[in-house]
Design a protein around this ligand. Structure first.
Ligand SMILES: [Fe+2]
Ligand SMILES: [Fe+2]
Length: 151
């Protein structure tokens, strides 16, 4: 297949961004002081824009077209977003020199890593079940746009 025939699928874009977040998390663990704080700022801004775009562009259609089990997957994804938002706000309010910063970050890493893994497995599977390839491709543009405006 000619690669130019292939439209970007919103799920591929989400997966690509997850890879970036996994990398930023690793960088934060290896950094210290002001550079740790500034990489965290980037992670926080990008993750929150990513979550807003998922909730605005991807989740509503998946939820409305799903049965009860599928809807429950979407609800769980949103609760995990809320949990990570809360943990990021704690980190934001804590000095990077505070002895609890790394422990708070370790919890954020657990929440986000679990969330991204589950999203890639459960939510992607459900999205592919209820949306066509074309519908997923059509969501790429609006996803990017929503993400930009949320930053
Ligand atoms: Fe995601
Ligand atoms: Fe998500």
């Amino acid at each position: 297949m000619d690669i130019f025939d292939k439209k970007t699928d919103v799920l591929e874009q989400i997966k690509k961004e997850h890879e970036k977040f996994r990398d930023l998390i690793k960088q934060i663990e290896e950094a210290s002081g002001s550079s740790k704080k500034s990489i965290f700022e980037t992670l926080k801004m990008d993750v929150s824009a990513h979550h807003k775009a998922e909730e605005a562009v991807v989740f509503p259609d998946v939820k409305s077209k799903s049965d009860e089990d599928g809807q429950e997957i979407v609800r769980e994804m949103i609760e995990e977003h809320n949990l990570s938002t809360y943990q990021m706000s704690l980190l934001d309010r804590t000095s990077v020199d505070n002895e609890t910063w790394d422990a708070k970050f370790a919890v954020l890493k657990e929440v986000l890593t679990h969330h991204m893994d589950e999203e890639e497995k459960e939510l992607f599977k459900q999205a592919k079940k209820v949306l066509t390839k074309d519908e997923l491709a059509q969501k790429y543009g609006p996803f990017e746009k929503k993400e930009e405006s949320a930053k």
